[in-house]
Design a protein around this ligand. Structure first.
Ligand SMILES: Nc1nc2c(c(=O)[nH]1)N[C@H]1C(S)=C(S)[C@@H](COP(=O)(O)OP(=O)(O)OC[C@H]3O[C@@H](n4cnc5c(=O)[nH]c(N)nc54)[C@H](O)[C@@H]3O)O[C@H]1N2
Ligand SMILES: Nc1nc2c(c(=O)[nH]1)N[C@H]1C(S)=C(S)[C@@H](COP(=O)(O)OP(=O)(O)OC[C@H]3O[C@@H](n4cnc5c(=O)[nH]c(N)nc54)[C@H](O)[C@@H]3O)O[C@H]1N2
Ligand SMILES: [Mo]
Length: 767
């Protein structure tokens, strides 16, 4: 294990450090040499889609593009380590609950279906058919199908997701809590009100044409490293790249491209952001309003002086409504408030506004720093406003670019994983299959958790993910999970959610993306949709980690047959035998998939059209809408004025709840994760020094104590009034009530907390 230390990282991101880190990951996971060849099949025409992030690949036709974190994601799946029935026989669940998240996943790939045995407090092997019967019995016994929750994590393929929603709707509920409820839901809810679609409007090639790229609250060097190629090329072409992030994330500053022999050999690098503004946590709306205010005033001045317009009035008049209210709001918003909320100066915003005004084609990129806030959907809408002011939507080299998380989180939504299904979708489902799907809205993650806490839920089923660790407010939410009658997890690796289980519990191990999936008609491919709405096929080649594994598709079918028995109208076995049939059914229900099976056989796949990209506005007004957000920040909490905004963030060495190591190379933190980043001023104000130990306590408004203990203070260049610490260790601090009322996205990036010197001798994060 790496020694604990904190030391500044002075290198560019990427480069030899990235190559070294990946080779270490392959070693730790004991990926056989043959398995390392697996990497070269990533994102290739005949290969599999990287199970890492959702960033697109140049048409899935290019030569191998090196990606450190994509490589780690594959190493974690292609590992030769195994989590077997013998392992479970040796350890009680109570004992495993004391293990760290890192150690749990390090055991290796799950090999057998396992059922919890209360008498021995162990998971024991179970036959697949018995596992399905158990699920069927429990689900049939529920007096109301709405007493079951069906979670999806975004690695699930289009085929599995479609069958999953089909089963759940035939069973009778729309309870689809989804990982995107904790992620880009603010986009899915906020953006349609602005531009009529809840997805981005750019394609990868637009990055080659943009002359200005703004990046709000997104960390590409870690979370979508292949995006660095686009950013590097844009920077080298002279595009101005401006980042807004409380951290000076290294990859947003300097990047050494592992694909560039010149940069690698000469140890040179490319400057990425021409400016990186360290915005305060939750200060983005203030920044956006500041920039828009400058644009509006410059436009008025230009028009008064008969100079060319700054705003794109042809576009605004022809394509939008609401400009008057927006201008009115911007005029009313005063500079002192903008500067206070954003933590930036008016000059900073003038710099950004000038770059934006001068550019002909601008792309506005954003990530979790925007969406995971109490005003997440509003934040997204202000980004759309900024784009619309200069007609930067539906034009080459320009657009809005939400960077999605999980590799198929966008596709899962497209094929029907939603708790609020539209009427036309339900009609087509009924027409194709001949049963009446439920239309009452179901639960999202937050409302599912509230229902569990209220005792209204009995069964929780998870298609992937690590729900118990990813959710907020552990004290209450994990306790509720333990009260359920049955919890079921379809998983590849052992994780926390298997240990925080219901009275009965199942772990169902499935094939991963890298593995060959053979069914009655031969080897199958699945399909996924990336962040830019490109759909393409993915087929694994590796031998499955165990002979007992089933595909997610087969698991859904097995469960559906056991639950619905003779009542089903679906030919589940037919779907499992040949995934082409699933795609035909998807096409029948969603006309945008026209020609699905033929089109995924073309290398590179196909693009799902986006109306906004074509300047067709699928809004009630038939136009794009400028939307006003009163004020310019998070609601200030009623608490100690010395509170700090806490943002919960990812290290460079984790994939959500999966930890690749205990280090965070680019931020210079090694061998530890129980740290809190804050600036010198905030340290001094509290009489704290580097290395001191503190407890983090939420400024709760419901009287509940939320605390994590004994975190190490790390002095860092960070905005005043703010601090940051890692997810998921700090999830106990995030109250369930702290969420965006529009999209229900938890406010993972903005929780008011206070710090007190710790009297604890050990770090404690209670599960
Ligand atoms: N290697 C790796 N890849 C991943 C993931 C992973 O964990 N590891 N996760 C996947 C998933 S599911 C997702 S959703 C994405 C997540 O990818 P990102 O969207 O990049 O998510 P985070 O790293 O959580 O936070 C992004 C950035 O927001 C900044 N930030 C925090 N608060 C604020 C704020 O108030 N305003 C602004 N402007 N910035 C702020 C943080 O400093 C950080 O740099 O990545 C996906 N890809
Ligand atoms: N505090 C805080 N909380 C957050 C966030 C944050 O920024 N801060 N981010 C939120 C975000 S953006 C997201 S998306 C969620 C993530 O929440 P989840 O998607 O639920 O969590 P993951 O950690 O991605 O899930 C990891 C597990 O997925 C399983 N797995 C891996 N590959 C496969 C596969 O191919 N099939 C199946 N069936 N299982 C597989 C493995 O068993 C692994 O242990 O967390 C959210 N929670
Ligand atoms: Mo995510």
């Amino acid at each position: 294990m790496t020694r604990k230390s904190v030391r500044p990282y002075r290198e560019p991101a990427g480069g030899w450090g990235a190559l070294k880190a990946l080779s270490e990951a392959l070693l730790v996971q004991r990926v056989p040499v043959k398995g390392a060849a697996t990497l070269s099949r990533m994102n290739q025409p005949q290969g599999f889609d990287c199970p890492g992030c959702a960033w697109p690949d140049p048409k899935h036709t290019s030569s191998f593009e090196f990606c450190e974190n994509g490589g780690k994601a594959i190493a974690w799946e292609a590992t030769s380590k195994r989590c077997t029935p013998e392992f479970f026989a040796e350890h009680t669940v109570t004992e495993l609950a004391g293990w760290s998240d890192y150690d749990l996943e390090m055991v290796g790939r799950l090999t057998h279906p396992m059922a919890y045995d209360k008498a021995s407090d162990r998971y024991l092997p179970v036959e697949w058919s018995d596992a399905f019967d158990m699920i069927g019995r429990q689900l049939r016994a529920l007096p109301d199908p709405n007493m079951a929750e069906f979670y999806t994590s975004g690695r699930t393929s289009n085929e599995a997701a479609f069958l999953y929603q089909l089963f759940v709707r035939e069973y009778g509920t729309n309870n689809f809590p989804d990982c995107s409820n904790m992620c880009h839901e603010a986009t899915s809810v906020g953006l349609p009100q602005s531009i009529g679609v809840g997805k981005g409007t750019v394609l990868l090639e637009d990055f080659d044409k943009a002359d200005c790229i703004f990046i709000f609250g997104q960390n590409p060097g870690t979370n979508s490293p292949r995006m660095m190629t686009s950013l590097r090329n844009a920077a080298r072409r002279g595009a101005s790249i401006i980042s807004f992030n409380p951290f000076r994330e290294r990859a947003l500053e300097r990047f050494q491209a592992p694909q560039s022999p010149v940069e690698m050999i000469t140890l040179s690098s490319t400057t990425i952001s021409s400016k990186l503004f360290q915005v305060r946590i939750g200060g983005d709306v203030a920044v956006l309003k500041g920039i828009m205010k400058i644009l509006v005033e410059a436009d008025e001045a230009a028009r008064a002086a008969d100079q060319p317009e700054i705003l794109d009035w042809d576009f605004i008049r022809g394509h939008t409504v609401g400009i008057e209210a927006l201008i009115d709001d911007l005029k009313r918003t005063q500079w002192p408030a903008i500067e206070r909320q954003s933590g930036l100066t008016r000059e900073d915003m003038e710099y950004a506004a000038n770059a934006y005004m001068k550019s002909e084609r601008a792309i506005l990129v954003y990530g979790m720093g925007i969406t995971q806030h109490q005003r997440g959907a509003h934040n997204v809408q202000q980004i759309a406003n900024l784009a619309l002011l200069r007609g930067n939507v539906g034009r080459e080299g320009a657009g809005v670019c939400p960077v999605r998380g999980h590799s198929n989180v966008q596709g899962d939504r497209t094929v029907g994983i939603t708790e609020v299904p539209k009427a036309d979708f339900l009609e087509r489902l009924e027409h194709r299959f001949g049963f009446k799907p439920p239309s009452a809205p179901g639960h999202n993650v937050v409302t599912a958790l509230e229902a569990m806490i209220g005792g209204e839920v009995k069964v929780f089923f998870a298609m992937g993910g690590n729900f118990a660790a990813a959710i907020p407010d552990w004290q209450a939410t994990q306790a509720a999970l333990r009260e359920l009658d049955l919890t079921v997890h379809v998983s590849t690796k052992l994780n926390r959610s298997h240990l925080i289980h219901g009275r009965a519990a199942l772990i169902l191990p499935c094939l991963g993306r890298t593995e060959i999936d053979v069914q009655a008609s031969g080897p199958q491919s699945i399909t996924v949709e990336d962040s830019m709405s490109m759909v393409h096929a993915s087929g694994g080649r590796n031998k499955p980690a165990s002979e007992r594994l089933l595909s997610e598709v087969a698991i859904i079918a097995g469960m559906a047959k056991a639950t619905l028995g003779d009542n089903t109208v679906v030919d589940w076995d037919g779907f499992v035998a040949d995934y082409d049939r699933i795609r035909d059914a998807i096409e029948a229900v969603f006309p945008i998939f026209q020609g699905y099976n033929a089109r995924i056989r073309v290398p590179g796949g196909f693009h799902l059209t986006s109306t906004a990209r074509e300047r067709i506005w699928a809004t009630p007004s038939g136009k794009a809408n400028f939307l006003v957000f009163e004020g310019c920040g998070e609601d200030p909490p009623q608490c100690d004025p010395n509170f700090l905004w806490l943002s919960t963030i990812r290290s460079h060495d984790q994939y959500n709840t999966t930890l690749y190591s205990m280090s965070d190379r680019y931020r210079g933190v090694f061998g530890q994760r129980d740290v809190v980043f804050l600036n010198e001023y905030e340290m001094r104000k509290r009489g704290l020094a580097e290395g001191d130990r503190v407890d983090l306590i939420t400024e709760s408004t419901d009287g509940v104590e939320r605390i994590v203990r004994n975190f190490r203070v790390v002095g860092y260049s960070f905005p005043t009034g703010c601090c940051a610490a890692y997810y998921p260790e700090t999830n106990p601090l995030v109250p369930l009530y702290a969420r965006d009322p529009m999209s229900f996205t938890p406010s993972f990036k903005g929780i008011p907390i206070r710090l007190v010197r710790s009297s604890a001798s050990e770090t404690s994060i209670e599960h």
